[in-house]
Design a protein around this ligand. Structure first.
Ligand code: GAP
Length: 469
């Protein structure tokens, strides 16, 4: 079934996944705060990524670099000179738009590959209209740098200009030598990190799809300086990235596609770049980029910093600047995708046998915001509450759990189904009787979400019988 973005936004707010930023002040355009379930979803995606790509691999190390960096970093990386979008103004209503986006929305392909002059010509020849006022009268495109500039220092106006990082990747390149010097990594190896990035987007929007403050999960995977080897690793990273997305966080395969960059679109130093796209409610959009960047970044930083960034092969003694493959995921877009992909509505029969519709967000168990819900059947029963709370404190040391003793059990199951909690554990009268007989023999009911199968399990066996989540 197809659900529009407004449905997802409304549900995300209602169920505590995402709230408009600074809500009580009327919000701040295109800023979103993650609510309790959104924060859990975020953490589980981060954990799934870190575990799969860093913890479980012996060729990867992690990093957590600072957001504020020496401005020379951005000169070396090319961001000061060319990290910009083509900005056009509507002469009638003064709306500011991205020329490349206008072209794309009006049927033009590979707008990034066109020069500013060609983009302007397209707008004129195709009578592209302003989305705000409908006029077709544009200024010529000009460069708009997307980096947020700020000042470091205590005196207003006299500090040094610095930037909020527009990507996490440069933190990896500038630490390449530190990591070589302080760890035992050998080519091929990768460095991964997760963190905030900032871009002063001209046209943010579509919920969390394009925002000015977002998070990325990026890897630089360093390989031999040989194009055949590099291209093989590019293919490998396409495959591993897809496996993670589908198997570890459960994104539907049929909603994903790879798009290869057209040679005209490709950066001059790249030997191949792919976008992974997802079919969002308003069309296909980029979820992840996978780029073979050769030795461009290390070469630039070596030149600008004056530091030798070469790698020495321990077997042959050969010194060279490694090539690198960069798989770069948007974490904020991954959260959005997980919510869209999981959201579903289904009909069910209520206790009176009438048909009703309920929302079920079918999250993969790895990322479901709550893994175990603990539900004492009768709130007024002191023993049930005591057993429930004890169980919550034990299980929550390992998993995200929710304790809920409020309302009819059917309603509580439905609340958990809506966020697709994999296991509900109910404590009932039988548990109380067992407690009074022999406290070690207390059993509870475990309801498994997908099969709705219920089984009685000894509390002492719970940790053995529950799957790892
Ligand atoms: N270091 C490479 C890099 O930053 P990118 O394609 O510009 O490449 C990587 O960004 C990913 O970051 C994108 O695929 C997207 O998921 C995410 N991203 C980029 N800009 C974003 C924005 N304004 N809002 C949310 N996510 C964004």
């Amino acid at each position: 079934m197809h659900f529009n973005l407004e449905t997802i936004v409304a549900w995300a707010k209602r169920r505590g996944f995402a709230y408009p930023g600074s809500d009580i002040y009327g919000g701040l355009a295109n800023a979103w705060d993650l609510g309790p379930y959104g924060a859990q979803l975020h953490k589980h995606i981060v954990d799934a990524w870190w575990r799969y790509f860093i913890q479980e691999r012996d060729d990867m190390v992690g990093l957590d670099a600072a957001i504020l960096m020496n401005p020379r970093v951005w000169e070396a990386s090319g961001h000061i000179a060319s990290f910009s979008d083509p900005l056009v103004d509507c002469k009638k209503c003064k709306a500011r738009e991205r020329a490349d986006k206008l072209i794309e929305d009006n049927g033009g392909d590979t707008p990034e590959a066109r020069t500013f002059e060609e983009q302007y010509r397209y707008l004129v020849e195709h009578h592209v209209t302003c989305p705000e006022c409908g006029a077709s009268d544009w200024t010529e495109p000009k460069h708009f740098n997307l980096m947020f500039k700020t000042q470091q220092g205590v005196i207003d106006g006299e500090g040094k200009d610095i930037y909020l990082r527009p990507e996490t990747a440069q933190g990896i390149f500038v630490n390449f030598k530190n990591i070589l010097d302080t760890t035992r990594v050998r080519i091929p190896f990768g460095i991964g990190q997760i963190g905030k990035s900032f871009r002063n987007e001209i046209t943010p929007g579509n919920f969390m799809f394009r925002v000015r403050e977002f998070e990325q999960m990026e890897i630089e995977y360093f390989v031999e300086n040989d194009i055949t080897v590099g291209l093989q690793w590019l293919q490998t990273w396409k495959e591993i990235s897809e496996q993670w997305r589908i198997e570890q966080i459960g994104i539907k395969k049929e909603k994903l596609r790879f798009r290869e960059h057209d040679p005209k679109e490709l950066a001059f130093y790249s030997k191949g770049t792919w976008d992974v796209e997802y079919e969002f409610p308003r069309g296909w959009g980029e979820l992840q980029g996978i780029a073979y960047r050769t030795d461009y970044d290390l070469k630039q930083h070596q030149e600008f910093s004056g530091k030798d960034l070469q790698y020495t092969d321990p077997m042959t003694g050969k010194r060279y600047l490694p090539h690198c493959i960069e798989p770069s995921w948007g974490l904020t877009r991954a959260i959005l995708t997980a919510m869209i992909d999981a959201y579903d509505e289904e009909e069910y029969l209520n206790q009176k046998g009438e048909k009703e519709t309920r929302v079920v967000a079918r999250f993969h168990p790895n990322i479901a915001p709550v893994k175990y819900a603990i539900l004492p059947l009768v709130k007024k029963d002191e023993v049930q509450v005591q057993l429930g709370k004890e169980l919550f404190h034990k299980l929550s040391k390992l998993y995200s759990c929710e304790y809920d003793d409020n309302g009819a059990i059917g309603k509580r199951y439905r609340r958990q189904d809506e966020i697709w909690t994999p296991f509900c554990i109910t404590i009932d009268q039988q548990s109380v009787e067992e407690y009074h007989a022999t406290p070690e023999s207390v059993t509870v009911t475990v309801r498994e979400r997908d099969s709705m199968e219920q089984k009685r399990v000894l509390i002492s066996d719970l940790f053995l019988s529950l799957g790892y989540l």
